[in-house]
Design a protein around this ligand. Structure first.
Ligand code: PGA
Length: 241
């Protein structure tokens, strides 16, 4: 059985000293190609120095130019950064990212050999009105409209209302959505390889049951990872050394 992927999104947490302390606490306890850290851009170098796989939490839709404050896949790639989250719900909601921007970001990521991790998911209201499939289908179709045969990317399904709390979908509902997403990919993008992650309120107590989901290739973890002990517990069961 293949190891599950564990992607760790620190969002805008930690100072340099705190990252340093975190790294000290996990040193020698994670030796796995299936774990990828998404720290604040400023601290990427600290994870790279310790030979962890690293991703950016966002990239700009161009490679170089006069875009004050932005960071590109071209720059990330030159440093050995291999992944980029694209279209995380916080980017969509707080920074008004559109599917058209997301499609461009996926193109520049793949052009630069950075694996795009496309995040999709519905709001609580959309789920209440049974619109989750429609919403996610639109997000996927519009974001991947320029994708070419043979390209590789990862998709993370995260119901927005399940992020950052203790509320999550039940196993059956996750499985149904992941199977649906696979169907969409097979239908519209049959020549692209896309593992599917699940994310939203994953912690050390629910990881065991989530691991029983055969259709899910890995997990995107936010809040729980801020405590290194919780992250180590998750990794211990999901990707044993
Ligand atoms: P959470 O965040 O684990 O805190 O729900 C996941 C994410 O935002 O990717």
């Amino acid at each position: 059985m293949e190891n599950k992927k564990i992607f760790v999104n620190f969002k805008m947490h930690f100072s340099e000293d705190e990252v340093s302390c975190y790294l000290q606490n996990i040193r020698g306890k994670i030796k796995c190609k299936d774990v990828v850290f998404f720290p604040s851009n400023l601290y990427s170098y600290m994870f790279l120095k310790e030979h962890y796989k690293v991703g950016l939490q966002n990239i700009y839709k161009e490679n170089v130019g006069a875009y004050t404050g932005e960071v590109s896949a071209y720059q990330a790639s030159s440093m050995g950064i291999e992944y980029a989250l694209i279209g995380h719900s916080e980017r969509r909601n707080l920074f008004h990212e559109k599917n058209s921007d997301i499609a461009k970001k996926i193109c520049v990521a793949t052009e630069n050999d950075v694996t795009a991790v496309l995040c999709v998911g519905e709001t609580k209201k959309e789920r209440l009105f049974h619109r989750e499939k429609k919403v996610v289908k639109k997000q996927i179709k519009e974001a991947l409209k320029n994708i070419k045969t043979g390209e590789y990317l990862i998709l993370a399904y995260e119901p927005i209302w399940a992020i950052g709390g203790m509320e999550s979908l039940c196993l059956k509902e996750i499985e149904a959505m992941v199977l649906y997403i696979r169907k969409i990919i097979q239908k519209y993008f049959p020549n692209v390889v896309i593992p599917i992650l699940y994310g939203g309120s994953i912690h050390e107590e629910n990881i065991k049951e989530l691991l029983t989901l055969k259709e899910v290739d890995g997990f995107l973890i936010g809040s729980a990872s801020l405590d290194f002990k919780k992250l180590l517990k998750i990794i211990e069961v999901a990707v044993p050394m």
